[in-house]
Design a protein around this ligand. Structure first.
Ligand SMILES: *[C@@H]1O[C@H](CO)[C@@H](O)[C@H](O)[C@H]1NC(C)=O
Length: 365
């Protein structure tokens, strides 16, 4: 072959290869891809050096358990994707005029998190500049260089989502440093969120089931708020988190394979007088290249460990960093597993047979 033929041969081979490979929205889970547009709906093109070579299509969106099955069960019979430090987002501009020196835990906006299926947001609330701000700080004090944004901005995004999605329920879990009297009540009122408020008086105190999701939707009581400050339950009617929920250790202490200890503020995980179970699975210091591996098999293994530690109860909330990073299914698959186990005793909600008894599963496809 002359040089020209060789070049022609290479050119045709490349063309054929490209023609064989998927593109244009036809690439399926874990197929190689060059851009998001190559992947099927619900997937995006991502590279996880710890999990696979090159770039492949991985999941970008949750399965809506209410739409796939139904919402006629108690709230505590479902599991919800939870974004840790949901407000600590890459690229959030400084609102104080001072460059921020702090870490991020998420990569897309609150609105995108909600659209992709986050149904619980962890937010750190502080008194700052005479208002309530979201900060990633230390010592209970927000600084110019640790401040992300005024809470009202985030809460308005949440209000827009709840208004546009009248069958969805969102939970806020606040690491709360607000001491201004009625500071939180004011910002929730200003954001237009009080009309969705789920009253603390309707929350079960002794391990009973929660109200049915369908009833919560019918009453428009679709916002659950939990604070880490005990006294606010009395003073502002904001639920004290650990009256209702058990929670494992957060950060590195919650990532030791095979153990699921409770965090200090929570009762032991097997305390069944609390009807909700929260599992944290994120590092003390977020590291993006590790997140895709953590959010995959390691996460599901920990959920199984915590199931045992919680007295054979599956998690209702699963809190992760960089929730879209995975080796394929990631946090979305973990939620499908939890909802499958919770709703029908199957290890994926897609294998539940609507209306049939527990443990009847269709074969995986
Ligand atoms: C809703 O789904 C659950 C889980 O599959 C099932 O047990 C229940 O019977 C269903 N309820 C209705 C009204 O279909």
């Amino acid at each position: 072959m002359g040089l020209q033929e060789i070049l022609k041969f290479i050119f045709v081979s490349v063309l054929l290869r490209a023609a064989n490979a998927c593109s244009n929205g036809q690439c399926r889970l874990l197929d190689e891809c060059a851009s998001d547009a190559d992947c099927e709906a619900g997937l995006y093109c991502f590279s996880c050096a710890l999990g696979f070579s090159g770039s492949r299509c991985v999941r970008s969106i949750f399965t809506d358990q209410f739409k796939l099955l139904n919402n006629s069960l108690p709230f505590n019979k479902y599991a919800f994707l939870t974004t840790h430090n949901a407000y600590a987002i890459d690229g959030e501009p400084s609102h104080t005029g001072v460059p921020r020196i702090t870490l991020t835990n998420q990569e897309d906006s609150i609105t995108q998190q909600l659209m992709n299926g986050a149904r619980a947001l962890m937010l750190d609330t502080y008194d700052f500049e005479g208002d309530v701000w979201l900060c990633h700080s230390f010592g209970g004090q927000c600084y110019d260089y640790t401040a992300f944004e005024p809470a009202i901005d985030t809460l308005k995004e949440l209000e827009a989502f709840l208004s546009a999605n009248p069958s969805e329920i969102v939970t806020l879990i606040l690491e709360d440093y607000v001491h201004a009297p009625n500071g939180l009540t004011k910002v929730f009122t200003d954001a237009g969120l009080m009309k969705y408020w789920f009253p603390v008086t309707s929350m079960p105190q002794n391990g009973q089931d929660w109200p049915l999701v369908s009833d919560m939707v019918a009453k428009n009581q679709r916002l659950l708020v939990f604070t880490s400050i005990r006294s606010k339950q009395q003073s502002e009617g904001i639920a004290y988190q650990w009256n209702y929920m058990v929670e494992n250790q957060y950060g590195d202490g919650g990532m030791k394979a095979g153990s699921c200890p409770n965090r200090g503020e929570s009762s032991p995980l097997d305390d069944k007088s609390k009807s909700l179970v929260l599992v944290n699975y994120f590092r003390s210091t977020p590291l993006k290249p590790l997140a895709c591996q953590q959010n995959s098999a390691d996460l599901i293994n920990m959920l199984r460990t915590c199931y045992g530690a919680a007295g054979n109860r599956w998690a209702n909330f699963v809190a992760v960093d960089y929730y879209k990073r995975s080796e394929g299914g990631g946090s979305f698959q973990a939620l499908d597993t939890l909802n499958g186990e919770l709703l029908c005793g199957c290890n994926d909600i897609h294998t539940c047979v609507p209306g049939s008894t527990s443990g009847v599963c269709t074969p995986p496809t």
